[in-house]
Structures are given as structure tokens and as C-alpha cells.
Write a protein that binds this ligand. Structure first.
Ligand SMILES: CC(=O)N[C@H]1[C@@H](OP(=O)(O)OP(=O)(O)OC[C@H]2O[C@@H](n3ccc(=O)[nH]c3=O)[C@H](O)[C@@H]2O)O[C@H](CO)[C@@H](O)[C@@H]1O[C@H](C)C(=O)N[C@@H](C)C(=O)N[C@H](CCC(=O)O)C(=O)O
Ligand SMILES: Nc1ncnc2c1ncn2[C@@H]1O[C@H](COP(=O)(O)OP(=O)(O)OP(=O)(O)O)[C@@H](O)[C@H]1O
Ligand SMILES: N[C@H](CCC[C@H](N)C(=O)O)C(=O)O
Ligand SMILES: [Mg+2]
Length: 488
């Protein structure tokens, strides 16, 4: 692909662009960080949460940028660059990034998954399923990005629009036909997905999260809804109607509305027949199917995957057969067993809702007198409202609770733990402990667990680090658990 484009060829869809300077200037890359500007770059000034990118326009000009995209012209304009003034730099960047990479999303079947929980699971299941059905596929997710077998580490759940279009373009070069991606609420609000052409959108559910960023629950809902608002008529919008916000999501979409449910009438209707640690038996649109993945929340995820596959034109029988062998993505209800039958579950539940779902699932899976020991923490510099709630939920469903650290980032871990502790009901003080060191927390749970007991380690899932003061120290729940199990 030609990596150099004339500015005029990028502006087609940027309706409000006011250009000062030549439009036939060449652009060899689009950058949003002035420190990455090279001669011939287009620098896009974004108003961030920490700083205003407009401060760096002069620096970008000095480094040889050929084009500056901004919402406001600098005090001293230079005649060395072309300025493109727009109302919203991030939105313009999305549209131009898509043009720069020649709109890869139009030549792929791109499906986006949004919702508070289940995005990684649904996107990864779809990726596994479509590969099993014989297609070449791409995946963009929190855990990792993937082009067939090639793993590309991911920095965000949804990358910025330039990185995103570059990845889609690479997927197209690798002859992928289908791409499944997570659409985070941040990515909608920051226009990371603006300019993409989706074949379908899926809504899983919405509960409290990320209020540090969106400020109010209404804004958070609006961000998620924004994804469906921008779907084209040719796309499907597949929603979980058991979530009471489901219908709000699609009230202004032009896409074809489709539904899935475990509770009510829907195009894709499921019913759980049995659910044990060994597998889940479900009825889906009158077909009985066995699944390796378990838990009610996964029943929803599987229904979403089934629905999307049918809406993408796949054969029902083939889809149901392949669905049976899907495996949980890393750190999503991942089960481990010690030689003496202690069950360890590593799960990414880092919201009150996800934690409640996982613990309810565990409660249903228990046979008898096994004890549940829950280890959980809350991330620093993130939504603080969830801290007491998560501690309360852990107490409600567990025989023992160990509150511990989970990426304290720039906060004092003991402050976070104190806030969590406020959610512990007085009657549960006795069964709750604080062990700040996560390794020690896991070791302690392991020492106390007996035959058949279940240790849930929640919040970090696939993560392999503990982020303390901006430094990521290697830490992997699964690794520590297996080391502990080996000592039993
Ligand atoms: C809160 C948030 O979304 N932040 C993202 C945002 O950063 P920001 O707004 O803080 O940027 P800033 O530091 O204020 O800088 C503003 C602009 O000035 C530029 N700059 C800055 C310094 C300089 O010298 N020169 C320069 O040009 C920056 O490149 C930026 O474009 O824009 C950056 C560039 O795209 C992102 O990397 C950054 O993600 C940070 C790392 C982040 O942690 N994001 C998380 C919260 C996030 O996006 N999460 C979602 C959902 C996660 C989930 O699944 O639950 C995700 O999609 O990953
Ligand atoms: N459909 C669902 N509904 C509720 N909880 C779910 C669902 N699917 C998974 N979970 C729980 O939420 C956790 C996170 O799941 P997953 O990673 O699939 O969600 P996500 O939306 O990608 O999260 P993130 O926003 O952090 O990337 C899982 O570990 C599991 O505990
Ligand atoms: N994508 C989410 C993941 C949170 C996971 C948890 N381990 C934490 O660090 O808070 C975030 O960055 O807010
Ligand atoms: Mg995710």
C-alpha cells in the first residue's frame, strides 16, 4: 500500500475542514503525539485528559510536520505547514485515518462488541468460531490483538483510530475476511472508531464502570449508544434484551435490530438446562448443545456469538457444532485444579456486576460443603465508587475474603483497601482480612483451602503485572496460584 497520501485525498469526509495552506501537500504518517513527528507527518492536536495537544503544535511544526490538524490555530501561524481547522480533531482524525489506510474496514466483515462486561469473551469466541469455520480472522481485544496465529500485544481495549486502521489494513494484507473487535466506551467518546464501517454491533450489558472518565452513568450509556448510532443500515445491531438498557442502545440506530435473551422472546433464545464445573448444557433456538465454557454469563456470551454468526450468514448446524468446543479466553473464569482437588479460578471480574456474576456462578456450581475463598482488589486511579461495593459482594457470596492489591498505580494501596473495607458489613468482619501483598494473599488462601474448596482470584485475569507508581512489576495470578498448588 502507498504509505504517502496527498492531504486533499484524506479530507473527503471531513465536512467542516477549514484549510489554510496548500492541500496538495504530502502526508506520510498521521501522529497524535508531537514526540513522534517526523518530516512529512500530519500532527493531530487532541484535547486530552492531562494536557491539551494544541500546546505542542509549534514543536510538531519545528520537527517538520507537513500538516497540523487542530480545533484552534496557534498564535503564530507558520507558512511551512498546512493547517486544517476542524470542530473536533479526534473525529476528523478517525475519518482521515480510515482514508489514509484506504478504508480497510469496508473490505472486511468487521463486528464490534460493546458493553461493560463480556466484550473480550464475545470477541474472542467469535474469533475462535470463525477460524474453526475456515475463515482467516483478526481480533482486537484487551488481552491481545491477533492476526490468525500472529499475536500483537495490545495497549488498549480499543486502539486509537490510527493504530486501529493500521491493524485492520495489516489484517486485510494477511487476507483476513472477518475481524472481531471490542468497542470500549472510551473509544466511542474519543472517536477512536469514527470512520469505520461495521458489519455488525453487539451489546452485552451495562452496569457501573469507568465513571472516573465519563463522570455520570448517563454519559456512559450515551457513549455506548454512540456506537449503535453510527452503524450503517447494512449492519445488524444485536442486543441483549434482558439488560434493561438494551433497547435504549438501539433506539436511534439505522442498523437492523436483532435480540438475544435467556428470559424472554427474542430472535436468539437460550435456556440453561444444567451448568456444572465440567460443562454447560443449553437449549438454543430449540437445539440442545453442550459447552465447555460454563456460567450463566457465558450463556449470554454464547447466545451473542451464535446470533452474530447466523446474522453473518453462517450455517446453523456448523455454528452449533463449533460452539461446543470454544474455550474461555485467558483469565476469564480460567479453572485450575490442585492434586488434592482444590479448585482455583482466575477471573478478570473487576466491576461489582462482574464479581457478583462470577460468585453467583460459583455458588450454583458448588455441590455441597465446599468453601469459597475470594481474593479481590480494586485498581488505583480508577472509579472509586466500586471499591466498597466489590468488597460487600465478595463478603455476600464467600466463606472467606482476602482484600488485596490490584494495580495501585499512583494511589496508596492501603487507602484503596480502606475504602474497600468500608463496604464490609459488620457481621462479616470476622471472615474478612486485608493482605496487601497479592502473592501472600494467594499463598494464604492456598494454605487454608481444603479438598473441594474453591479459591476465586478476581480482578486481574490475563494481566501479568502489578502497576505500582507507574512501574509494571511482573505478576501473574495464574503463575502464583500454580506455584502455590505445587507445594500442596
Ligand atoms: C483516559 C484516556 O483514555 N486516555 C487516553 C488519551 O490520553 P489523554 O487524553 O490523557 O492524553 P494527554 O496525556 O492528556 O495528551 C493529550 C494529547 O497530547 C499529546 N501529547 C502529549 C505530550 C506531548 O509531549 N506531546 C503530545 O503531542 C498526546 O499524545 C495526546 O494526543 O489518549 C491517549 C492517546 O490515544 C491514550 O493512550 C490514553 O489512554 C490511556 C493510556 C488509558 O489508560 N486509557 C484507558 C483508560 C482506556 O482507554 N481504556 C479503555 C477501556 C478499557 C476497558 O476495557 O475497560 C480502552 O479502550 O482501553
Ligand atoms: N456477559 C457477561 N456478563 C457479565 N459478566 C461477564 C460477562 N462475560 C464475562 N463476564 C465477567 O466479566 C469479566 C470480564 O469479562 P470480559 O473480559 O469478557 O469483559 P470486557 O467487557 O472485555 O472487560 P474490559 O472492559 O475490562 O475489557 C469476566 O472475567 C467475567 O467475570
Ligand atoms: N481496562 C480496565 C481494566 C481494569 C483491571 C484491573 N486489574 C485494574 O487494574 O483496575 C481499566 O484499565 O480500567
Ligand atoms: Mg475487554
Amino acid at each position: 500500500m502507498d504509505q504517502v497520501k496527498e492531504l486533499s485525498s484524506l479530507l473527503g469526509r471531513v465536512a467542516d475542514a477549514a484549510v489554510s495552506g496548500p492541500v496538495n501537500v504530502m502526508v506520510n504518517q498521521i501522529v497524535l503525539d508531537s514526540r513522534r513527528v517526523l518530516p512529512g507527518s500530519m500532527f493531530v492536536a487532541l484535547r486530552g485528559t492531562q494536557v491539551d495537544g494544541h500546546q505542542f503544535i509549534d514543536k510538531a511544526t519545528a520537527l517538520g510536520a507537513s500538516v497540523i490538524v487542530c480545533e484552534e490555530l496557534p498564535a503564530n501561524v507558520s507558512d511551512q505547514v498546512t493547517y486544517v481547522r476542524v470542530a473536533d480533531s479526534a473525529a476528523a482524525m478517525g475519518l482521515m485515518a480510515a482514508e489514509f489506510y484506504e478504508n480497510p474496514s469496508r473490505r472486511l466483515k468487521l463486528v464490534g462488541v460493546t458493553g461493560t462486561n463480556g466484550k473480550t469473551s464475545v470477541a474472542t469466541f467469535l474469533f475462535q468460531l470463525f477460524r474453526a469455520l475456515g475463515y482467516r480472522c483478526g481480533l482486537l481485544s484487551t488481552v491481545q490483538n491477533q492476526i490468525e496465529d500472529e499475536v500483537i500485544p495490545s495497549t488498549h481495549t480499543t486502539p486509537d483510530s490510527v493504530a486501529l486502521n493500521a491493524l485492520l489494513s495489516k489484517m486485510l494484507d494477511s487476507r483476513c475476511t472477518h475481524v472481531f473487535m471490542e468497542v470500549s466506551s472510551h473509544s466511542v467518546a474519543q472517536h477512536r472508531i469514527t470512520g469505520l464501517h461495521f458489519a455488525g454491533g453487539i451489546f452485552t450489558n451495562i452496569t457501573h464502570d469507568h465513571l472516573d472518565f465519563h463522570k455520570t452513568f448517563d454519559n456512559y450509556i450515551k457513549a455506548k449508544k454512540g456506537f449503535f448510532d453510527q452503524l450503517p443500515k447494512s449492519a445488524f445491531a444485536l442486543i441483549n434484551v434482558d439488560d434493561r438498557r438494551g433497547s435504549v442502545m438501539v433506539q436511534n440506530t439505522s442498523a437492523r435490530k436483532e435480540t438475544y435473551s435467556l428470559q424472554t422472546l427474542a430472535a436468539f433464545k437460550g435456556k440453561i438446562i444444567s451448568d456444572t464445573l465440567a460443562g454447560m448444557h443449553m437449549e438454543i433456538n430449540q437445539h440442545e448443545v453442550w459447552f465447555r465454557v460454563i456460567g450463566r454469563f457465558n450463556a449470554y456470551n454464547l447466545l451473542a456469538v451464535y446470533g452474530a454468526a447466523i446474522l453473518l450468514g453462517e450455517n446453523e448446524e456448523a455454528v452449533l457444532t463449533e460452539l461446543s468446543s470454544l474455550k474461555s479466553p485467558p483469565g476469564r473464569f480460567e479453572q485450575f485444579h490442585s492434586a488434592d482437588h482444590v479448585v482455583g479460578i482466575v477471573d478478570y471480574a473487576h466491576t461489582p456486576d462482574a464479581l457478583e456474576n462470577v460468585l453467583e456462578t460459583i455458588r450454583h456450581l458448588r455441590n455441597g460443603n465446599e468453601k469459597v475463598i475470594t481474593i479481590v482488589g480494586c485498581g488505583g486511579n480508577r472509579d472509586a465508587e466500586k471499591r466498597p461495593k466489590m468488597a460487600a459482594i465478595a463478603c455476600k457470596y464467600s466463606d472467606k475474603v482476602i482484600l488485596t492489591s490490584d494495580n495501585p498505580r499512583f494511589e496508596d494501596p492501603m487507602d484503596i483497601l480502606d475504602q474497600m473495607r468500608k463496604g464490609v458489613p459488620p457481621l462479616d468482619y470476622k471472615k474478612t482480612r486485608v493482605i496487601e501483598d497479592r502473592r501472600e494473599a494467594i499463598n494464604q488462601a492456598n494454605r487454608e483451602a481444603m479438598d473441594g474448596d474453591i479459591i476465586l482470584i478476581a480482578g486481574k485475569g490475563h494481566e501479568n503485572y502489578q502497576d505500582v507508581q507507574g512501574v509494571k512489576h511482573h505478576f501473574d495470578d495464574k503463575e502464583v496460584l500454580l506455584e502455590a498448588f505445587a507445594l500442596r
